[in-house]
Design a protein around this ligand. Structure first.
Ligand SMILES: Cc1cc2nc3c(=O)[nH]c(=O)nc-3n(C[C@H](O)[C@H](O)[C@H](O)COP(=O)(O)O)c2cc1C
Length: 178
């Protein structure tokens, strides 16, 4: 699959086959995602691959809204994507480098998440990024260290659906030349 095809055919997948995902494949997707660009090459993004069904049920039962719980209950893997705080967007003395203050942290996590999802799709794996969850509850359940913050969840597995692409805006709506 070439890059354009990968970008255009990737879909958010919300229904998965029960088949497990080999750790060698997850390793390889994370390896590809490690080539994402990052603020001063700080590489702040980290991944926890949650496969334990008891932990997954705990997350789905307590810490996500129904529409995300339904996804997590049948996904073979849930990636908790975290980042090391206080590096990306910061100067060495702890001050912010730009007016965007600490928002570059989530920017870098977003770049890494998209690379992760595209690399997964290149290997036939479906993903959906989820932004709606109880951050404190999941952070405590997974024992995310104090120096890290939970940025996003990504369900991962072999797709059991082939969704149509949601409508996209046109280039004319998106782009201006000056
Ligand atoms: C930052 C972010 C947060 C998202 N949060 C959720 C979510 O909580 N639950 C969900 O089902 N989809 C979530 N999505 C997936 C979007 O709904 C999806 O990307 C969008 O509808 C376009 O569909 P496509 O990914 O198939 O192109 C999220 C996507 C992004 C980038």
């Amino acid at each position: 699959m070439n890059v354009t095809e990968c970008i255009k055919t990737r879909r958010s997948i919300r229904k998965f086959k029960p088949d497990p995902v080999d750790h060698s494949i997850i390793d390889s997707v994370v390896s590809s995602a490690s080539y994402s660009p990052s603020w001063k090459n700080t590489q702040i993004t980290r991944y926890i691959a949650v496969e334990d069904r008891t932990v997954l049920s705990g997350i789905a039962d307590q810490y996500t809204p129904d529409y995300n719980s339904r996804i997590i209950r049948q996904a073979p893997v849930l990636m908790a994507v975290t980042f090391i705080k206080g590096r990306c967007g910061f100067e060495r003395d702890g001050s912010f480098t730009t007016k965007k203050e600490d928002r570059w942290q989530m920017f870098d996590v977003g770049v890494a998440c998209q690379t992760f999802c595209l690399s997964a799709w290149d290997k036939g794996l479906g993903t959906v990024i989820m932004g709606v969850f109880d951050e404190d509850g999941i952070s405590e359940l997974l024992g995310i260290p104090e120096d890290q913050e939970l940025g996003a969840l990504i369900a991962l597995g072999y797709p059991d659906v082939e969704p149509e692409a949601p409508k996209r805006k046109t280039v004319e709506q998106l782009l201006q030349y000056r």
